[in-house]
Design a protein around this ligand. Sequence first.
Ligand code: ADP
Ligand code: MG
Length: 314
Amino acid sequence: MDKKKRIVIALGGNALGNTLPEQMAAVKITSKAIVDLIEEGCEVVIAHGNGPQVGMINNAMSALSREDPNQPNTPLSVCVAMSQAYIGYDLQNALREELLNRNITHIPVATMITQIRVDSDDPAFLNPSKPIGHFMTKEQAQEAEEKYGYIMREDAGRGYRRVVASPKPAQIIEIGAIRTLVDSGQLVIACGGGGIPVTLNGNHLKGASAVIDKDFASELLAEELDADVLIILTAVEKVAVNFGKPEEKWLDNLTTAEARTYMDEGHFAPGSMLPKVQAAVKFAESKEGRTALITLLEKAREGILGKTGTHIHR
Ligand code: ADP
Ligand code: MG
């Protein structure tokens, strides 16, 4: 028999929902899609985003420190850590249940609290770009800027959101532990919310005020685990050129060279599809035989069987 395909899955916002009850419901559907891949004989590792969750936690913690002078403001890195634990908790329980429902009893599920080193002189720190948290009206956004010093940006005609720095991931601190668990056959959730961003200060890891893009963190995880496929599960079945325009064309296959051309031509929106295509290209070019797939969460099984999604390869 062939060696099992090792797959790193990056879960997007639609896999986790926006509120506590939404997440509870979403992880059930997400777990079905993931266990489908395990049933197809894949070895799966899971990473995920945290945009709404980290925004929610950050708002709650700021409200606490406004109310109680003994509670200083919670650093964003701590909010990311909280989001990893909260999402991991829901996701690992839903996965455990789905595995047992299908009589798969030999795969333990675990969430790894993961820190990712970023460069303290990453230019992203000077240009906050990643939207987190809920949408606000112009008036609410102005108030948040004045009261809390947040940097607010208009987000694609949908309202205003807080933006934070999004540096590139340089090194996964817990990679040794993750690899040990994965190699021993466990289903691991790692690099949640793009990983807790830290900078290295001698032997000390210092939390950074940032949120790493989960598409790039997942890509690094896939390289480090020598995965065969990076699957980015999101809210569209395929990647399009001329997205949302009359000439829109959905892509089944995309070479990394074609992807570069389309990126230069501006077909992929920054902050949503662009980082996915960038991550897919980086992974596909990182080693012979590696490929990436971008598709809809519910289509993961069909995607890995080559029936749908956009497949990115050299
Ligand atoms: P996630 O939470 O999964 O990271 P995002 O909202 O960040 O999801 O990115 C996925 C979204 O990117 C899609 O729902 C779609 O609206 C948008 N998008 C932008 N450009 C394209 C494109 N060229 N092809 C397909 N989708 C695109
Ligand atoms: Mg995204």
